[in-house]
Design a protein around this ligand. Structure first.
Ligand code: NI
Length: 281
């Protein structure tokens, strides 16, 4: 948060308000509650009319809070979170859940970071508790197909089957149906994106490919993820490899050292459009 110096006029309004609300300033025994109510309401109006950067100044905010001028904040909504997400990046992990996934979830929890997991139907059915842990920790669970087939080689009907089977498996584990998918190998054509759109699925491609599955070198995975990431990017990894999980702490720390914050896809892109392909925000 930026700290702004408080302009004199705003300070004057708040000081005047403070004085008008102190018990000494209220007329004794003279229907003061109606007066007080009117003053409070005027002061509330004055406070709410202040420019946002003054209202958000911690000194002003504190003062206004003590005076009862701040209404309960509205619940945090997805669009507001998105506005606060200028430095976000999305770590994504495909092909699991598998044995190393639970260790990864522990590391992300310790680091208070969130990510996204593109799971296959059989693995989702094998590890429902791991999927529940993902949603419980604020991660996004996405769809990586049922049979890890190249969807460009399949009919529309079979693509639909791949998507629905995996959505069913995730929903029966977590109670929530995915709305993000990543076709295996990133293989897409108009049939795949069309079926995805019809099934309400946004498509997550990637901006940074760590090639973690190929080299299996934690230091290299970390270096590529951190060096190539910029705000809004989607980063591709695979949680079926323990060497990738070995890189997780280094990646989160490295991204934060660059001023980036790893978050889930639902956090970074809260209102994703079905059928649209995202490689970054
Ligand atoms: Ni895959």
């Amino acid at each position: 948060m930026k700290f702004h110096r408080l302009p004199l006029s705003a300070a004057a309004i708040l000081t005047a308000t403070a004085l008008s609300l102190t018990p000494a300033a209220a007329a004794p025994n003279s229907g003061s509650s109606a007066v007080q109510h009117a003053v409070t309401s005027a002061a509330k109006d004055a406070y709410s009319a202040l420019p946002r950067e003054i209202k958000d100044n911690p000194v002003v905010k504190d003062h206004a809070k003590n005076l009862g001028l701040v209404d309960k904040p509205a619940p945090r909504t997805a669009p507001r979170r998105a506005r606060d997400c200028g430095n976000c990046v999305a770590l994504t992990f495909d092909d699991g859940p598998a044995a190393p996934t639970n260790r990864l979830l522990g590391i992300l929890k310790d680091k208070k970071a969130t990510a996204s997991f593109f799971v296959t139907a059989p693995n989702a059915r094998k590890m429902p508790k791991t999927l529940q842990r993902m949603t419980g920790h604020g991660h996004t669970v996405g769809n990586h197909g049922a049979t890890h087939s190249e969807m460009t080689a399949l009919s529309a009907e079979r693509v639909r089957g791949e998507i629905r089977e995996t959505n069913d498996a995730v929903e029966s584990a977590t109670g929530t149906r995915p709305h993000w998918m990543r076709p295996p190998y990133g293989a897409m054509n108009d049939t795949v994106t069309g079926v995805a759109r019809d099934e309400g699925m946004a498509i997550a491609f990637w901006q940074v490919d760590t090639l973690d599955w190929q080299h299996r070198d934690p230091q290299r995975t970390c270096r590529v993820a951190v060096d190539q990431a910029a705000a809004g990017h989607i980063i591709l990894m695979h949680d079926i490899h323990s060497t990738t999980v070995d890189a997780a702490e280094c990646i989160v720390d490295g991204l934060r050292a660059k001023g980036l914050e790893p978050v889930s896809l639902d956090h970074m892109i809260p209102a994703a459009t079905p059928g649209r392909v995202y490689s970054h925000r």
